[in-house]
Design a protein around this ligand. Structure first.
Ligand code: IPE
Ligand code: MG
Length: 230
């Protein structure tokens, strides 16, 4: 979710106003995903690198996170949304950690849409923590497969993403779901995150629908398989 700061600067507003508006955009996109039958939405809210930002911006982002949880969790629960927060949460203050745990517990059995917030998350961190957990479980392990590592990744509960969307004009993955994005379709847009609405989501989805996903096979193989399936 990139472009909050520039959205605000363009309007001669402080960067924080962009973050506030960015939370509204999250709201709209969650609703749009429910309406479209999307089952998993994963939002990169705060990266492990974002601590490098000015202290006042970091603390505002934390406060926004707390108020969004306070305000939204009951509504999400009522709408059948399961909330997950992944990342190294130990760096957040105790109150926020408690709120996250409560929200996850409360919404755990909802199945309509899983919204995952990546917070103090990094793709390399995820792979490293997974290796650490696997080695702790199997101390003798020296030769292992992807299938043995995968259950320890932070998002093991979710399928790999089909579509990756980055707003704000930058064409980078910036340490998001490195492992899980291996075969995702990448979509980049100049739209700033606060302006990313349901119509913008539909443009991204229709771009996705025009792609041919071959997973290493040839186009001819894919069309034979599609005919068989239909
Ligand atoms: C993304 O918007 C929001 C967070 C990282 C929390 P930015 O804050 O990166 O916005 P720009 O890139 O400065 O416009
Ligand atoms: Mg940015």
């Amino acid at each position: 979710m990139d472009g909050n700061g520039r959205w605000a600067t363009k309007r001669f507003l402080p960067r924080v106003a962009g973050h506030v508006k960015g939370v509204d955009a999250v709201h709209g996109i969650v609703e749009a995903c429910v309406a479209r039958g999307v089952e998993y939405l994963t939002l990169f809210a705060f990266s492990s690198e974002n601590w490098r930002r000015p202290a006042d911006e970091v603390s505002l982002l934390m406060r926004l996170f707390v108020t969004a949880l306070e305000r939204e969790v009951a509504k999400m629960h009522a709408n059948g949304i399961r909330l997950k927060v992944v990342g190294d949460l130990t760096r957040f203050d105790a109150k926020l950690q408690q709120m996250i745990a409560d929200a996850e517990r409360r919404t755990a059995n909802n199945a309509r849409l899983t919204v995952t917030i990546c917070a103090n998350y990094g793709g390399r961190w995820d792979i490293m923590q997974a290796v650490g957990k696997m080695v702790a479980a199997y101390p003798q392990i020296c030769d292992f497969s992807e299938d043995q590592l995968a259950p320890y990744l932070a998002m093991a509960y979710a399928p790999e993403p089909d579509l990756f969307i980055r707003t704000g004009g930058e064409e980078r993955i910036s340490n998001f779901l490195l492992w899980q994005l291996a075969y995702a379709e990448l979509y980049f847009t100049d739209t700033y995150w606060p302006d990313f609405d349901a119509a913008a989501l539909d443009v991204a989805i229709s771009s996705y629908q025009q792609r041919e996903r071959r997973f290493g096979r040839t186009s001819a193989q894919v069309s034979v398989e599609q005919k068989k399936a239909s």
